[in-house]
Design a protein around this ligand. Structure first.
Ligand code: GDP
Length: 539
């Protein structure tokens, strides 16, 4: 989204070689972590080390923090959390790093998982005391399913925690990836003196900057000097480093990109310690945008015609008029303002005049953007999550995966006179992917069923139905915990089963809801050949 480099009228002159070079400068990543592991702190620390180009509706709302520009929604303000995700764009060593936010709170939504469809690699942040926590494991599951390369960052090394080798064992046993530490801590968790850089063998000693608000002071020295300064702490780090080398725990780019290894870094993000190395790894280790297979399985080269896939839509950024923003990740070609694209689903042409980046409440116009960048399309009422936008409308990427819902509730308006707003609200929230709205003729009064990955989504629905659609709703919990997609024949079989319900989504897909996985397995066993499509598990 480097709007400064080219005027829009020149954009059509940009050659494939230039597009390839710009794509080569891009790294598009997300940080995955359990709430409180330090995702926001690390993102801010990365921005401090890099040059922040743009910040878009990002990270937690903590009062008084410079650079935090989000929390535009009342609900976010009330809760002090970010419900919507967007992008922070950084520049480091002449490369452009797009950090796509994965909103992180105890109760994740499908949005969080969808953000992972827009990135080429992830940073997996692990708390040094807590290790691989439940949400980290769930998010990792999506990375595994997509084969996304994972860079591991062990954070909060300034606090008492576990032993480094023990943490590596846990990462390996949970992820199946072999950890290949790039830096190694000198001093145990809680006594963070500095880092042994395994590539060079140098010691980087950190001295805390007062208050931690600015970069920690760094002193670089060789092993001889390090042993004089740190004594046994250095010696222990060196021994562990040798042990790692002896077991082949060294970074190998091919192995990393093939999802077999994970480079590991140690940080105290709050003090900005070790963060520079993580930033360097995004440049040196993380992959640039690569060709993407379309629905037909054909690779679309990055320097071809423009294409982008929508991974998130969002309504209500501007309280004055409720507009809808669609966030699309550019997969190929160059975007320039004023270009005409078509949506693969609706075939609708649209002129992308009002393409903007959104920085909390502030917006700025984008003139040119390249593969790896994320653009925000304003007034995108007819664009849905998963749609592909391309110049002739000929490119279509596979639909985004459906992440397995675990929560199911019926919904009805408290005031039956607002039926129209109720239906419109649900239709729009479904199109945005806030929840999935399922219906069935066999349900009394045609009451829709909402399915969600996290139960916080029902609060979002209640809030938005009340405030945007003037139709407060009542939910009733249903006794299901898992779902599969089935076909018409499968539906006929399943409808006769006790404790199973089949409902339809607006896109025509049939969802079968089950009390639990045991029930699914029992039915599968008794009905071989039954079409039951598993959804992308997040646990
Ligand atoms: P998030 O929920 O993952 O985004 O976590 P935050 O970035 O909001 O951090 C959660 C808490 O941990 C905050 O109080 C941070 O100040 C603190 N924190 C983050 N990183 C570190 C760290 O490296 N060391 C210590 N001691 N605290 C940290």
């Amino acid at each position: 989204m480097s709007s400064d480099t080219h005027a829009p009228e020149q954009a059509s002159d940009i050659t494939p070689a230039q597009i390839l070079a710009e794509a080569g400068r891009r790294r598009t990543i997300a940080v995955i972590s359990h709430p409180d592991a330090g995702k926001s702190t690390l993102t801010e620390a990365l921005a401090l080390h890099a040059k922040a180009l743009r910040e878009a509706g990002h990270v937690h709302g903590r009062a008084g923090r410079a650079g935090v520009v989000t929390d535009w929604q009342d609900m976010e303000k009330q809760r002090g959390i970010s419900i919507s995700s967007a992008v922070v764009q950084l520049s480091h060593r002449d490369q452009v790093i797009n950090v796509v936010d994965t909103p992180g709170h105890a109760d994740f939504s499908e949005d969080t998982y969808r953000a992972l469809t827009a990135v080429d690699a992830v940073i997996m942040l692990v708390d040094a005391a807590r290790g691989m926590e439940v949400q980290t494991r769930k998010l990792f599951g999506v990375c595994k399913q997509r084969g996304l390369p994972v860079i591991t960052v062990v954070n909060k090394w300034d606090r008492p925690g576990r032993e480094a080798l023990e943490l590596l064992d846990e990462v390996e046993s949970v992820t199946g990836l072999k950890p290949t530490p790039m830096t190694w801590p000198v001093g145990i968790a809680g006594d963070f003196r500095g880092l042994l850089e395994r590539g060079t063998g140098s010691y980087v000693k950190y001295t805390k900057a007062p208050g931690g608000a600015t970069l920690a002071l760094e002193q670089r020295m060789d092993g001889d000097e390090a042993v004089k300064v740190e004594g046994t702490a250095w010696q222990q780090a060196l021994d562990e480093h040798d042990l790692l080398s002896a077991t082949g725990a060294d970074h190998d780019e091919e192995e990393f990109l093939a999802f077999r290894t994970t480079p590991v870094y140690f940080t105290a993000a709050v003090a900005n310690t070790g963060v520079g190395q993580v930033l360097d790894s995004l440049v040196d280790v993380a992959p640039s945008p690569h060709p993407q297979a379309d629905v037909e399985g054909q690779d679309q080269v990055v320097d071809g015609r423009f294409s982008a896939q929508v991974f998130k839509t969002q309504t209500g950024m501007n309280p004055a008029h409720r507009d809808r923003l669609a966030f699309a990740r550019i997969r190929s070609g160059v975007f320039h303002r004023g270009m005409t694209v078509r949506d693969n689903r609706s075939g609708r042409p649209m002129v992308l005049k009002h393409v903007q980046t959104v920085f909390g409440a502030d917006r700025s116009t984008v003139d040119v953007a390249y593969p790896g960048d994320v653009i925000g399309l304003v007034n995108a009422r007819h664009i849905n999550v998963g749609d592909t936008l391309s110049e002739a409308g000929r490119i279509a990427y596979p639909p985004l995966p459906v992440f397995a819902p675990e929560h199911f509730r019926t919904v009805r308006p408290t005031d039956l006179r607002v039926g129209k707003q109720f239906r419109q609200g649900l239709r729009e929230l479904d199109a945005e992917g806030v929840v999935r709205v399922l219906t069935s003729d066999s349900r009394g009064h045609g009451e829709p069923v909402l399915s969600a990955v996290g139960s916080l989504q029902f609060d979002v629905v209640q809030y938005r139905m009340t405030n945007e659609y003037r139709s407060p709703v009542v939910f009733a919990e249903l006794p299901y915990t898992t779902a599969r997609i089935t076909d018409a024949d499968g539906a006929a079989v399943l409808r006769a089963k006790r404790g199973v319900e089949v409902l339809e989504h607006a896109d025509g897909r049939l969802f079968a809801l089950f009390s639990d996985e045991w029930r699914v397995r029992g039915i599968e066993r008794d009905n071989p050949g039954l079409h039951l499509e598993e959804l992308v598990a997040t646990s």
